[in-house]
Design a protein around this ligand. Structure first.
Ligand SMILES: [Fe+2]
Length: 245
C-alpha cells in the first residue's frame, strides 16, 4: 500500500479540532502525518497539542511564526497587539523547557519524501510573508525545487499552480495531478480556519495515486471556546472560532 499523508497546519493549540482531524485521518486511511507549523498560539491547549504532534505522531514539523514568537525570547512583544502579546506570554507559561526547545529547534522548511513543507513561503521562510495572490506565490515558486510544496499561515485553503503562462490559483478541491506543473498547496487551518467556514481543515495526500483531497470537519467548537475563556485568553480568540474568521 502506498503512503497516504495527512497534512496538518495551523493547529494553534486547539486540541478539540486536532483530535477530530486525527480520528478522521485514521478513518480515511492516513499512514503518515506531517505538520506545516503553528502548533501553538491563539487557543488554550498548547501543551496538549505539542504532546500529540511531538510524542504521538512524531512527525515532520516546520516552525510557524507563532511557534517562533513563543520560543524565541528576542521576540519584541512591545510591537505586538496587546491581546497577541498576552497569548504569547500565557502560552510560554503553559510549556515546559522541553516543549520550548522543541518549538525553538523546528526547521523553517523541510523536505519529506520528495515534497516540501514550509509555514509561509520558500523564498523567505523567516519573513512570514502571506501568500494571498498569484504574484506572492510566484516568488515562492522561484525557490521551489520539488513538484509539490505544502504550506499554511493564511489559514485559507487554496491551490497555486506554476503554469507556462504564469501562476494561477484554484479554490480548494480534490484533484489528481500530472507530473510537471509545480503546485504550492495551502492546507488551511486545523485550529482556526479563516475562510468563513468554521470547520477544521486539513489535506490527505496519496503519493502513489498523485491525489490531493481537502477535508473539512465539524468539531466541538464550544469546548474549545470554554477552554479559552477558562484560561482568561482574549474573548476574540473564542468568538472567531465559530465565525471561521
Ligand atoms: Fe497560523
Amino acid at each position: 500500500m502506498g503512503r497516504v499523508y495527512a497534512i496538518l497546519g495551523d493547529i494553534h493549540a486547539n486540541i478539540e479540532a486536532l483530535e477530530t482531524v486525527l480520528a478522521d485521518a485514521r478513518a480515511q486511511g492516513a499512514t503518515h502525518y506531517v505538520c506545516v507549523g503553528d502548533v501553538v498560539g491563539y487557543n488554550a491547549a498548547p501543551a496538549e497539542c505539542i504532546r500529540v504532534v511531538r510524542d504521538e505522531l512524531q512527525c515532520p514539523v516546520v516552525r510557524g511564526n507563532h511557534d517562533h514568537y513563543v520560543s524565541y525570547f528576542d521576540t519584541n512583544l512591545a510591537d505586538f497587539h496587546p491581546a497577541a502579546a498576552q497569548v504569547v506570554e500565557w502560552t510560554r507559561s503553559q510549556l515546559t523547557n522541553d516543549d520550548m526547545s522543541w518549538l525553538h529547534n523546528l526547521p523553517l522548511q523541510k523536505p519529506v519524501m520528495g515534497f516540501m513543507l514550509v509555514h509561509s513561503t520558500l523564498d523567505m521562510p523567516d519573513h512570514w510573508g502571506y501568500v494571498f495572490d498569484n504574484q506572492q506565490a510566484e516568488s515562492n515558486f522561484n525557490y521551489q525545487y520539488t513538484q509539490i510544496c505544502f504550506h499554511g499561515h493564511t489559514h485559507v485553503p487554496i491551490i497555486y499552480a506554476n503554469t507556462p503562462g504564469g501562476v494561477v490559483h484554484y479554490e480548494a478541491c480534490d484533484f489528481t495531478y500530472e507530473f510537471g506543473q509545480k503546485l504550492f498547496i495551502n492546507v488551511g487551518s486545523v485550529g482556526q480556519p479563516r475562510d468563513g467556514d468554521p470547520r477544521a481543515s486539513y489535506v490527505l495526500f496519496d503519493m502513489s495515486a498523485r491525489q490531493v483531497r481537502f477535508r473539512r470537519l465539524e468539531y466541538d467548537v464550544a469546548a474549545a471556546q470554554a477552554r479559552i475563556r477558562d484560561a482568561g485568553l482574549p474573548e476574540r480568540c473564542a468568538e472567531r472560532l465559530e465565525q471561521g474568521r
